[in-house]
Design a binder for this molecule. Structure first.
Ligand SMILES: [Fe+2]
Ligand SMILES: [Fe+2]
Length: 191
């Protein structure tokens, strides 16, 4: 015969089981933690390259961007933990840290953001398949964020292509890029 306490406990367990993340979604979210962490490390390495090659403004931009990506990673960590699972903090490969030009740096940044966008889209699709509407709703912030980050990277690349090899233009670009807000409207809404 079960006691009231046992019945309450078993009810709580059933309740917890119902609210925990579905395995496939948990794995995909953990994979996204890895990607956001890699973004943070990659932009930190870019900041170091810029700082040691005389591009102080670009390094400021990259340090700020690296912090942003850490914020993206932490948001997913918290979400997984709050949903009754436990986030996995991954081992990271060493990021690329040598570039020939500033143009190459920002081309790599855009490539990286496009890969992150594709991963987010895949994750959103999985939540719909699994009918996990809570995670689907959580991910909408990332969908907006990626649109803004890609647009920002493309507009910076357009400027760099316009400047070409003009040293004066490059000086002004580096001076101004630091003031470009990495923090998007989507980030501000979430705070
Ligand atoms: Fe991100
Ligand atoms: Fe990003």
């Amino acid at each position: 015969m079960t006691t009231q306490l046992e019945e309450d406990f078993s009810f709580k367990q059933r309740k917890n089981t119902r609210t925990m993340l579905i395995k496939g979604i948990e794995e995909a979210l953990n994979n996204q933690i890895l990607l956001e962490s890699e973004s943070s490390q990659t932009y930190l390495a870019m900041a170091c390259w810029a700082e040691t090659n005389g591009f102080d403004g670009t390094s400021g931009f990259m340090y700020a961007h690296s912090d942003e990506e850490r914020g993206h990673m932490l948001k997913i960590v918290k979400y997984i933990n709050e949903r009754g699972s436990r986030a996995i903090i991954p081992e990271l490969p060493q990021p690329k840290d040598d570039y020939k030009t500033l143009l190459e740096v920002f081309e790599n940044l855009l490539e990286h953001e496009v890969a992150v966008t594709n991963s987010i889209n895949e994750l959103v699709f999985k939540t719909l398949e699994a009918k996990d509407y809570t995670t689907h709703n959580f991910l909408q912030w990332y969908v907006s964020e990626q649109t803004e980050e890609e647009a920002l990277a493309r507009s910076i690349l357009d400027k760099l292509k316009m400047i070409g090899n003009d040293k004066g233009g490059m000086y002004l670009f580096d001076r101004d890029v630091e003031s470009i807000q990495v923090t998007s409207a989507a980030s501000l809404q979430a705070k």
